[in-house]
Structure formats: C-alpha cells, structure tokens
Design a protein around this ligand. Structure first.
Ligand SMILES: Cc1ncc(COP(=O)(O)O)c(C=O)c1O
Length: 359
C-alpha cells in the first residue's frame, strides 16, 4: 500500500531509542533535567510563569484543587459532558460537585452555570472539550463577577487557542494531559499543571512528592512524579506538535467538506478558535447504526461520551437535575479517527464508509 504517512510515531523509533539510552546512562530516573526542560517548554507555550510535571492530568486536577484551598464545604461547577476525571477530582478534594449543562458544541454553558451558583460555590472547572477552547474573556468575566476561581481542564486542548490566547493560560491553574491518547502522547501517563503564582507552584511541586519542602513533609500529597524518560520522549514529540496539529486540522477540513451535504450536525466552534482536533466529532441520530456500519469497513469509532457524567454510577446518588443538551450530544455524538499519521487512503476509506451509510 502506498502511503503518505508523514508523522507516524514509528518514524521516531530511532530518535526515541537514543533518548531512552541517554536517560538510562544519566542515572536520573526522576526529576532529571529533561523534566525541567519539558516544564519550561509547556509553560512557554501556555504563556505561564511555571509548569509542574506530574504523573497524570487526573493528579494535576486534584493537586490544583487542593493547592487552591478547595475542599469540604466548597462547591465546584463542572460541565456534565466530559471525561470522568474532570468531575472525580472534585469529589476527591472533598468539595461538592455541581454539574452544569453544555452548549450545542459541548462546552460548559456559562448562562446555565450562573443558575447553579450558591454561597458555597468557589470555583469553575472549565473543560476545553475535544481540543476546542472556551472564550477566555467570557470565562474570566463570569468568574470575576461571581468571585470564583478558575481551574482550566485543558487535558484535550494542548496547543489550542482562542484569538491567539493559548489554552492553559487562563485563571488560577491549568492542567494538560499527555496520556498516550492525547495530542502529545507519553510512553505512559503524564500531566502538567501550569500556574503564574510562585507560592502555588511551590506548593504543587511539594505535593507531587508527599508535600516535601526544605522544612520536611509540609502539605498532604502523594507520589506523582514524571519520570525523566517520559519527559525526554515528550520533549522529542513536542518538536512535532505543530506538524501533527496541522495534519489533524487538514484531515478535519477533508471530513467537513465531504460530509457537508449529509444529514448530520458537523462540529462547530467559534471562528477565533484554533481547534487542535484532538477529537473529530459530529452528531447524528443514527450514530449506533453508523458505528456498526463503520466497523464493517474496518473504521473504528468512539462516543465521547456515551454517558453524561451525572449518569455514571459513582455520581448518580449526587444529582437529580437534568442536562438536556449534554444528554442529546451524548446520545448522538460519534468520533472518527483523528491523528496525524492517517494515510490519505485511510482518510478516503473513512469518508466513503461514512457517506455510504447515508446513501
Ligand atoms: C477532559 C479530560 N480531563 C482529564 C483527563 C485525565 O487525564 P489523564 O489521563 O492524564 O489523567 C482526561 C483524559 O482523558 C480528559 O480527557
């Protein structure tokens, strides 16, 4: 099969191998210079003063909530449509989880969020779903006018921006994920917290290793460090980020154009958004049948997310509100392959598989 594969990760096998050997020889398994370098590069991309590498975005969200002083007696707003970690971190912190419905594009609806505020509400955990980005001005105005802290869940949005303002640059703390499925995937799990406040950064650095400072074990934390090996390979992959993003965006344009006349709702985001296309999703009432049809053509598809968060067993007892838009998206959304090493013939096959279903 001829292929135009430009950025297949196996293209990097040799480079990755030599990085692995270099780190092994250095003897710096944890907190090596590669970790510091990765932190600095992420901080720069996110327009932040400091970035703190941790074991996962899940840990990053939990540490950030704790370091911001959020816990028992506080309430935190979070969209009803996201990955479970956006919500479970709030429960882990001891705070009350308050779900908010989303808008038609799947992002938290700030006008609904307003109606969910009580005197206990301390923060909004804003998720940039699918690699899109919320309007920074609207989010900041909302938080300021309601005296809320902002925790940005940018797990899916590394590299995205809104009118040149990068995801990860907003509010009190921001978290990125580098798990293997994300736009830059680590050889394992990995996350980064980005902040502008030195005291907060020092606290977060301590929390990732049992709260240790020069005074001893000061803050309650646990062990969630990024290995030097993971940081070294992430640094290498970071060099490809712009190229990979451009390729995912090119493929999204091909999908959009090919699907224009189909009876589906195409993904939508404001013009100012540089959507990194972590996920390519669209809505169709027939998505279960479509998904089965696609698998016959060897095309994998996923539902992000097949359940709204308040329907997940662990959250069911907490809630009795409904979230009609999140529910509708959840029942009709389908995600197609979106990564930089899809060959042209694979994109063609995906397009024909989708279009043939609607004929
Ligand atoms: C929106 C969102 N938040 C948080 C996470 C958690 O990231 P991690 O796997 O690095 O813990 C994910 C990962 O899928 C995610 O998609």
């Amino acid at each position: 099969m001829t292929s135009n594969v430009r950025c297949h990760p196996f293209d990097m096998a040799e480079e990755l191998q030599s990085e692995v050997m270099r780190v092994l020889m250095s003897g710096q398994s944890l907190q090596g210079d590669d970790v510091t370098q990765f932190e600095q590069r992420v901080a720069k991309m996110a327009n932040r003063d400091q970035a703190i590498a941790v074991g996962s975005a899940t840990d990053g969200l939990f540490f950030a909530l704790r370091a911001l002083g959020i816990g028992s007696g506080d309430a935190v707003l979070v969209p009803a449509l996201s990955f479970v970690a956006s919500a479970s971190c709030i429960v882990c912190s001891g705070a009350e989880l308050v779900f908010v419905d989303v808008d038609q594009s799947g992002q938290i609806d700030l006008s609904v969020a307003k109606s969910r505020i009580t005197s206990n509400t301390k923060a909004i955990l804003a998720v940039h779903l699918y690699g899109s980005m919320l309007d920074p001005k609207k989010l900041i105005d909302f938080a300021q006018s309601n005296k809320l802290l902002i925790l940005e869940d940018a797990a899916q949005a590394f590299g995205s921006s809104f009118a040149e303002q990068p995801a990860g640059s907003l509010g009190n703390a921001s978290v990125f994920s580098f798990d293997p499925t994300k736009v830059i995937g680590a050889l394992g799990t990995a996350g980064v917290i980005a902040v502008d406040n030195n005291d907060l950064a020092a606290k977060l650095k301590a929390m990732r290793y049992h709260g240790k400072t020069s005074d001893g074990f000061v803050h309650l934390g646990y062990n969630s460090q990024m290995s030097t090996l993971i940081a070294a390979t992430l640094n290498l992959k970071l060099n490809k980020n712009a190229e990979w993003t451009a390729e995912r965006q090119r493929i999204a344009v091909i999908y959009n154009q090919a699907f224009l006349s189909l009876p589906i709702t195409l993904p939508d985001s404001p013009q100012q958004v540089n959507h990194v296309r972590h996920k390519y999703t669209f809505l169709t009432e027939k998505r279960d049948d479509l998904s089965r049809h696609l698998s016959k053509y060897g095309v994998p598809s996923r539902f992000h997310y097949a359940r709204i968060l308040s329907d997940e067993p662990m959250f069911k007892s907490l809630e009795n509100e409904d979230y009609p838009i999140a529910r509708r998206i959840s029942a009709t959304t389908i995600s197609l392959p979106s990564h930089a090493y899809l060959a042209d013939e694979e994109v063609d096959r995906i397009v024909s598989a989708v279009t043939s279903f609607f004929k």
